[in-house]
Design a protein around this ligand. Structure first.
Ligand code: DOR
Length: 433
């Protein structure tokens, strides 16, 4: 079912309320009114007069899920995705907030672009779409973008995602500026001088006759950045961690007390470079799918908290572009509509995480990265709620995605665990049985 429209008072009864930021995991009720959380606990009917009552027995009631890594493609490639369609895909997947990557056309490198995302998000009235600004002007890696003005306009973070910032002086300056503004730098760790291929460097690439991208290109930039972070003390977030070596570097940095956070994407938790053997470009992604040992390390990193957040790196592309031969097709996988079930497959079904940890990685942890008051059901906070049926078995059907694109390798996968209701600012935006 689609969004049902405005509803001011909602009483969610008898669900397992998991709110890691508040240290809560108990069966109880949640009362939403006037767009905020009014009460969590045992709510008497008399206190919820006129409220629509939703029975959440057997369901998990979570703070609205947050995805820090979504490519909305607007402006520039509205045939692939728009801010409104990504917000629709988000609520269908259980996400109440997504962060919009700035590698649009033109790139989001000034305050006008940041205002544009806010405006389009407000018009869509689905998930909240938070703007992320570029680190460098035009994403060209040559000079700093207007970070201060973008921050004033409401940019929640900065990244040149799709490219790493190669110039060390520029990266140092970016960290200094962002730190002054209290904003995190999100880095796509990839040294461009070590990026000569289209899939992971290894036997599969050799067999296929395709150029390889070694994990060293990710790890070398990460190592350099950690040196800078140690000197500057700025908040630094590693996007889409793909290699065992990166997980270990982040683990050591955290042990040393550096203000570092990290995220992992569904494909790096579930797929290896063996998936590329049929030259199917739906498995072409940057950073590339790596080895089984890397997948195991990324999973272990999420389980022990080295990797704080789960983030989809939802990257829509037009069918005619993905139909090109593997070497020429663009990098990217979409998964916003089905990410929750994919995370459950990788982390819950394997016994590596429980639901509280999974939910923390999709609520409290991403909220902390961007310094947001979202991601919790504390009284007075925005009434963003995701109701999850942890036992629901369902089949991924890309034809039903709200996303405009179809470059999804999970079509036909049988998953367990799905968002059955998504509430944003006290309004039901998505509901399924
Ligand atoms: O696979 C990817 N696709 N990785 C990126 O870093 C960029 C993204 C895109 O924009 O398509």
């Amino acid at each position: 079912m689609e969004a049902s429209g405005v509803m001011n008072n909602i009483l969610i009864r008898n669900g397992r309320v998991i709110d890691p930021a508040a240290g809560r995991d108990e069966v109880c009720d949640v009362l939403l009114a006037e767009g905020v959380v009014q009460a969590v606990g045992r709510v008497a009917q008399a206190d919820a007069k006129g409220a629509e009552v939703i029975d959440a027995t057997g369901k998990i009631v979570s703070p609205g899920l947050i995805d820090l890594h979504v490519h909305c493609r607007e402006p520039g490639h509205e045939e692939e995705e728009t801010i409104a369609t990504s917000a629709a895909a988000a609520v269908q997947g259980g996400f109440t907030t997504i962060a919009a990557m700035p590698n649009t056309h033109p790139p989001a490198d000034d305050e006008t672009a940041i205002n544009y995302v806010h405006q389009r998000s407000a018009e869509a009235r689905l998930a909240r779409v938070l703007p992320v600004g570029c680190i460098t002007r035009g994403r060209e890696g040559k000079e700093l973008a207007e970070i201060g003005l973008m921050r004033e306009a409401g940019a929640v973070a900065f990244t040149d995602d799709g490219e790493g910032v190669a110039d060390a002086t520029l990266m140092q300056r970016a960290l200094q500026y962002a730190s002054m503004l209290g904003a995190p730098i999100l880095q796509h760790c990839q040294d461009p001088s070590l990026f000569g291929g289209v899939m992971n460097s290894g036997p599969a690439a050799v067999r296929l006759g395709l150029g390889g991208v070694a994990a060293s290109g990710e790890e070398i930039m990460l190592r350099r950045d950690l040196e800078l972070v140690e000197r500057i003390g700025a908040r630094y977030h590693v996007q889409h961690v793909s290699s065992a070596g990166s997980v270990e570097l982040i683990r050591q940095a955290k042990a040393a007390g550096l203000p570092v956070t990290a995220e992992a994407a569904p494909h790096h938790l579930l797929l290896t470079d063996a998936a590329c053997m049929e030259y199917d470009s739906n498995y072409k992604v940057n950073p590339p799918l790596r080895t089984a040992a890397d997948v195991e390390a990324v999973r272990a990193g999420v389980a022990d908290g080295t990797i704080d957040c789960l983030a989809s790196d939802h990257a829509p592309h037009a069918a005619e572009e993905k139909a090109l031969e593997f070497a020429l097709a663009p990098f990217g996988i979409i998964s916003l509509d089905c990410a929750l079930g994919l995370y459950a497959r990788a982390l819950i079904e394997t016994g590596l995480c429980d639901w509280p940890r999974l939910i923390e990685a999709m609520t409290a942890a991403p909220a902390r990265v961007i310094g947001s008051d979202l991601g919790t059901l504390r009284k007075g906070r925005p009434a963003d709620v995701t109701m999850i049926d942890p036992k629901k078995r369902w089949t991924v059907d890309v034809s039903k995605f709200a996303s405009l694109s179809r470059n999804c390798p999970y079509d036909g996968w049988r998953l367990t665990g799905r968002a059955v209701m998504t509430i944003v600012a006290g309004e039901i935006k998505y509901q399924t049985s």
